[in-house]
Design a binder for this molecule. Structure first.
Ligand code: FA5
Length: 513
């Protein structure tokens, strides 16, 4: 204990010491008195007090005292009477007055007439009936005596220096006047007092001397050796410092950049497509029949402008049509329906990034190792794991000898590099066989969440594009990865711009400056 106290004393600033000593001699001293007795300015006294208080050495008590007085309007009302009183005076004589004649009859201005009539009715001194103001019995009663508001008004008028407190009998009137506009003036006076706490008592008991402390060393002091005899105050290296929130990248941007880096390092090259795509590339090139559920309005955003997109060259369109209808040369029987060019021309907001892969296969010769990152759009209802607009990373590898094992290996490697342990589940996509879905376990939801779909492109996809080598492909949701990485239970958090959450995201979770 004593060691602690000694250390605390050592770290006290000279102003803190002066303030403590003064409080020892004069426990009830006000900040102003302390300033005078110690020859410190009041600012230094308050700052030393704040510092002592943060160390639990003294307590700083703050008291706010309010003084009430009348405003100019208040003084006018005290002298001339409140607007409702002026009207009541006339009403006491005439008993009723038409609303329209009120200003003329009472001789008060329009503003006060309106205020007065309001209060007259509220105080039940008068009733208005079909535009006529009639005095009530209650009003007659008050015609010769003051009500509580007027008593307070008079009291304040006779105490021009201001009133700090009202006796019980006046309190309601004071409240009423306070609720009216521009009658009462409130002056606030804040005062501070200090109380020495047990820790402060121990410091005073231990005792200390007040010596001038060196705050800045001069060249001369260093050169001539005077620094050796100076008094220094040790730094408190445990003192709390203000928290600084450095600017940093959005967590979603961070994870996207990380994903790009991983694929580039794994030898993939990057391609990208456009948000607006033809149904041909988004669906038909993927052997999705034209009556497939995913194409329905509830899943896909169809565009009015442009209403349609151009189709690729005739040979590809013709082969795609034949594959859908009969299987063509793919060894498949096809979907057995009449394929429509009009449906293939429809323009859609891409629902996935897989159309980029088929386009890439059409434009480039194997060997191919391509990835692409982008936004996709679906008519989905928001919930904790669904957004109508989200990001996917698409991957494609096409070469002689590529197998389903390569697909699993590639995905495993990718997720491992991101720090995730995933499981694979058999799945179905119209354009792949074998197909799989990767999943990860969500502790909080006690369920598995799907991270992405993948598979080996079917011959019905590859053959029309002129590809004879096998191809693996995958499409992974990025927001879901971010959700897990940043431990958010609801995917919407990523787009909320919740500044508190963004600020507090620790840098060691991979968030970059
Ligand atoms: C596809 O989009 C396929 N194109 C993936 C694919 C590519 C399969 C290549 C085979 C070969 P799916 O609809 O399951 O699959 O979406 C893939 C991932 O996107 C999901 O696993 C999920 O992580 C994410 N995702 C899907 N819908 C949403 C949504 N509404 N909000 C956020 N993420 C979503």
């Amino acid at each position: 204990m004593s060691e602690d106290i000694k250390k605390t004393i050592n770290e006290l600033h000279i102003y803190e010491k002066k303030l403590l000593k003064e409080l020892e001699a004069n426990p009830n001293a006000t900040p102003e008195e302390i300033a005078e007795n110690t020859a410190m300015d009041i600012k230094s006294v308050m700052s030393a007090a704040g510092s002592l208080s943060s160390k639990g050495i003294i307590d700083v008590k703050k008291e706010v005292e309010e003084t009430y007085s009348l405003t100019d309007d208040g003084i006018k009302y005290a002298e001339e009477g409140l607007p409702e009183r002026k009207i009541l005076d006339v009403l006491a004589d005439k008993k009723k007055i038409a609303m329209k004649d009120l200003a003329d009859e009472t001789g008060i201005d329009k503003k006060d007439t309106n205020i007065g009539i309001g209060w007259l009715v509220r105080k039940k001194w008068a009733k208005i009936d079909k535009g006529i103001v009639n005095i009530t019995d209650f009003g007659k009663d008050f015609s010769s005596k003051n009500d509580i508001d007027e008593k307070v008004l008079n009291y304040l008028q006779s105490n021009a220096e201001g009133v700090k407190e009202f006796t019980d009998d006046l309190r309601d009137g004071f409240k009423n006047l306070g609720n009216r506009k521009n009658i009462l003036n409130v002056k606030k006076n804040t005062s501070h007092s200090f109380v020495v706490l047990p820790k402060g008592e121990s410091i005073l008991k231990e005792g200390f001397t007040i010596q001038k402390q060196a705050t800045q060393l001069t060249h001369k002091q260093l050169k001539e050796g005077q620094w050796k005899n100076l008094q220094y105050r040790p730094y408190d290296i445990n003192a709390e410092a203000p928290v600084v929130f450095a600017g940093k990248k959005h967590p979603l941007r961070v994870i996207i950049d990380e994903i790009r880096e991983i694929f580039l390092n794994m030898g993939f090259s990057e391609d990208n497509g456009s948000y607006v795509e033809s149904a041909f590339w988004n669906f038909d090139s993927l052997f999705q029949p034209q009556d497939h559920a995913a194409r329905e309005m509830q899943d896909t955003f169809y565009l009015k402008n442009p209403l349609t997109c151009d189709l690729p060259d005739d040979a590809l369109v013709k082969l795609t049509a034949e594959t859908h209808e009969t299987g063509a040369n793919t060894g498949s029987t096809g979907w057995k329906y009449d394929w429509s060019e009009d449906i293939a021309r429809q323009s859609v907001l891409r629902t996935h990034t897989t159309g980029i892969s088929t386009k890439h296969l059409y434009d480039f010769e194997p060997p191919i190792k391509m990835f692409s990152v982008g936004r996709v759009f679906r008519r989905e209802t928001f919930d904790y794991k669904h957004l109508p607009e989200f990001h996917q990373v698409e991957g494609l590898v096409c070469d002689e000898g590529i197998s389903y094992q390569n697909l699993l290996g590639t995905l495993k490697e990718f997720y491992k590099k991101l720090g995730f342990e995933v499981r694979f589940r058999p799945a179905y996509f119209p354009y792949t066989y074998l197909s799989t879905e990767t999943e990860i376990y969500l502790e909080e939801k006690e369920s598995w969440i799907e991270l992405g779909g993948a598979g080996m492109f079917r011959p019905e996809v590859l053959k029309p594009l002129g590809i004879n080598q096998p191809a693996l492909a995958f499409g992974l949701g990025i927001e879901r990865l971010a959700m897990i990485r940043y431990d958010v239970e609801d995917i919407r958090m990523l787009y909320k711009s919740d500044i508190k959450w963004l600020r507090e995201l620790p840098l060691d979770r991979g968030v970059e400056l």
